[in-house]
Ligand binder design. Structure first.
Ligand SMILES: Cc1ncc(COP(=O)(O)O)c(C=O)c1O
Length: 369
């Protein structure tokens, strides 16, 4: 193989819109609009519009967006929040950060999203909310989740960090729950050139509470109604995201095209389980995650042969040292436990070429167990 196929290629995306990005960065600098300013207002409006929500509250990163939303939802010390056993740790660490208690729920063996059949058994008199994660870009099964939430009067905070523009039964994810959090970490489907995040909602009171908490407890400068935090999207990130947002649908279509091609090519490769897409889902392929019984050996083989891969995530949340205190065992979350040793994320991004994809699949095919 001639050159390494990177797991993500942020430079390729930059080159495709270089003049627009360079000019908007120069504009922010010339106006010194570093904190808030016109680009932040513009991006909040653009993102609310594309997500079909009334309010978008921008903040410093996706982790903060979860924390801010939970505080505004009124979480109290000891309140229980149900979260999937397999996700990035932001989903669960922010529950603790906000004063709540993490209650893990198993994930579905094929789609990797929270298993709705497992949720109801986790509900207790202390449960206040559920955080479904639309993991890897695939929507969680929202109908049964919303049904449990409504039965027990729970709030739903959708973690959309990996799922910009994904749809469940034709409806945008992020529009089902009370609020939805987003990350614009550089490698995300809509990525800034640094950290950035946002929460969207249709609830004005919630939007005001989130804005207030994220801005030192005040909606107006100097008017601190409560103690808050400092979590803001900076002007450069907002300007960059405003340039990128109009391309998001095209990039999403390209990711979907790349994923379809992978699945077609992989269908003739033995021992690989390509990702499963639920019938009601429009997956946006933040990650293309295969399963393989000899995952670790395959990852090493691919790396030696110039294909970068990542494991998202090698240890499901309940089994991390961070949650040792909960004393969970493998059999508490059998699907997440089984998946953690089999999953492997292949390179996927809009600019990934047919030649690169053919090379990735050919290399997987050459791997001998
Ligand atoms: C599922 C999920 N939730 C939350 C986050 C947190 O986002 P950030 O890295 O912007 O804080 C991420 C990002 O990695 C994520 O993948």
């Amino acid at each position: 193989m001639s050159s390494t196929i990177p797991f993500v290629d942020l430079h390729a995306q930059y080159l495709s819109i270089k003049s627009e990005i360079d000019s908007v960065i120069a504009d922010v600098i010339s106006k010194s609009s570093f904190i808030r300013g016109p680009y932040v207002d513009k991006f909040e409006q653009m993102f609310a519009d594309i997500m079909e929500r009334k309010y978008c509250v921008s903040c410093a990163n996706g982790t903060d967006s979860l924390y801010i939303a939970m505080v505004a939802l009124g979480i109290q010390p000891g309140d229980e929040v149900i979260a999937p056993a397999h996700s990035w740790i932001s989903t669960s660490e922010t529950i603790t950060q906000a004063g709540g208690k993490v209650v893990f729920c198993d994930t579905s063996p094929d789609t990797f999203t929270i298993d709705p059949r497992d949720i109801e058994s986790k509900v207790t008199s202390r449960t206040v909310g559920i955080i479904p994660v639309h993991l890897f870009g695939q929507p969680a099964d929202m109908d049964p989740i919303m049904a449990v939430a409504s039965k027990y009067n729970l709030w739903v905070l959708e973690d959309c960090a990996q799922s910009h523009l994904a749809r469940y039964k034709g409806k945008l994810v992020g529009t089902f729950g009370n609020a939805a959090s987003f990350s614009f970490y550089p490698g995300k489907n809509l990525g800034a050139m640094g950290d950035a995040g946002a929460v969207i909602t249709n609830d004005k009171i919630l939007a005001d509470k989130m804005t207030m908490f994220a801005r030192h407890g005040g909606l107006k400068k100097g008017d601190h109604q409560i103690e808050g935090i400092n979590s803001r999207m900076d002007g450069l990130q907002a300007a960059i995201l405003s340039v990128k947002l109009p391309y998001l649908l095209t990039w999403t279509r390209l990711r979907q095209d790349r994923a379809a091609r992978y699945s077609e090519l992989l269908s003739s490769v033995h021992n690989v389980t390509p990702p499963v897409v639920a019938a009601e889902s429009e997956h946006v392929w933040h990650l293309y995650v295969i399963k393989h019984d000899k995952r670790d050996e395959l990852a090493i083989y691919l790396s030696k042969n110039g294909v970068q891969t990542v494991i998202n995530y090698p240890t499901a949340l309940p089994f991390l040292p961070a949650y040792k205190r909960l004393g969970h065992k493998a059999q508490d979350f059998p699907n997440a436990y089984a998946n953690q040793s089999q999953i492997l994320s292949l390179p996927i991004y809009p600019e990934l070429s047919d030649i690169q994809m053919a090379s990735v699949v050919e290399t997987i095919g050459e791997f001998k167990i």
